[in-house]
Design a protein around this ligand. Structure first.
Ligand SMILES: O=C(CO)[C@H](O)[C@H](O)COP(=O)(O)O
Length: 293
């Protein structure tokens, strides 16, 4: 099978199913993530909470930093590019990372176009807040979707909202007659072919992780019970009082998301979770989820 085919790109994403992908900024954090059982790490310059507090333009990380992380771990290494910044993506593909996140957490580079991901051999993951946005990204070649949530807030409410919207729309589409799908596709501004595929499968055609605001093992399990295929965690681990303990507990909670006895045990004595932010305290420009369309 040829490297870079759609089947392989989606297949790679599927292999992370049921797992936790952790944001890391250096090799030390990457090792903590690997030892805790993360299925992959996401290399970036700052975790979203620090991107928020430092302001300015957030860009792709220095390739040397990403390489340091790639050398430190045996699990897949992903890295982020700005929305629409296809040259950052070319650089990461040349570097040999395993997946690219075209992420609203970085400052968008293009106000109109996302990256044409079908031109790349490397798989991409993209954020979405509803089914239309998810299917538009898949149409552009995304091999994996994640809910946007509101990254760096430690507040799960937006991730829950986005997952409930997507799962609700999938249920809606499943119930529709074939001819009703035309209208529905127009309404959510998504390609009819992908709407039909979603209706037939009864799920998104690619793996759908939860992201943006997961701060505790209970948050991770909540997202899994709402239908996520896995979880991205950034700030929740490395802005907590005890990153090693949080990393392990969130991995356990994701794997045993429907076993309250296990969730009880892994939630004990972790120390303080990351400080959270109330969403209504954010101005429009601070709401990272508004980036992309
Ligand atoms: O940026 C990401 C995806 O592009 C992160 O993986 C995720 O959204 C992190 O959010 P948080 O810091 O709230 O865990």
């Amino acid at each position: 099978m040829l490297h870079g085919t759609e089947v392989l790109k989606k297949g790679f994403a599927k292999m992370t199913k049921g797992g936790v992908i952790m944001d890391v900024v250096d090799s030390e954090q990457a090792i903590i993530a690997e030892e805790a059982g993360a299925v992959a790490v996401m290399a970036l310059e700052k975790v979203p909470a620090d991107i928020r507090s430092s302001g300015g333009v957030a860009r792709m990380a220095d390739p040397n930093k990403i390489e340091e992380i790639m050398d430190a771990v045996t699990i897949p290494v992903m890295a982020k590019v700005r929305i629409g910044h296809f040259v950052e993506a070319q650089i990461l593909e040349a570097l040999g990372v395993d997946m690219i996140d075209e992420s609203e957490v970085l400052t968008p580079a293009d106000e109109r176009f996302h990256i044409d991901k079908k031109k790349f051999k490397i798989p991409f993951v993209c954020g979405a807040r509803d089914l239309g946005e998810a299917l538009r990204r898949i149409d552009e070649g995304a091999a994996m979707i994640r809910t946007k949530g509101e990254a760096g807030t430690g507040n799960i409410v937006e991730a829950v909202r986005h997952m409930r919207i997507i799962m609700g729309q999938i249920r809606e589409v499943k119930e529709k007659e074939e001819e009703e799908l035309w209208e529905f596709a127009r309404k959510i501004e998504a390609p009819l072919k992908l709407v039909k595929e979603t209706a037939k499968l009864g799920r998104l055609p690619v793996v759908n992780f939860a992201a943006g605001g997961v701060a505790t093992p209970a948050d991770a399990a909540l997202m899994m019970q709402l239908g996520a295929d896995g979880v991205f965690v950034g700030s929740g681990i490395f802005k907590s009082e005890n990153p090693e303990a949080y990393a392990k507990a969130i991995v356990e909670a994701t794997a045993h998301y429907d076993e309250p006895e296990v969730l009880l045990e892994v939630s004990r004595g972790l120390g303080a979770a990351m400080p959270g932010i109330e969403i209504s305290e954010l101005s429009d420009s601070e709401r990272l989820q508004e980036r992309g369309w």
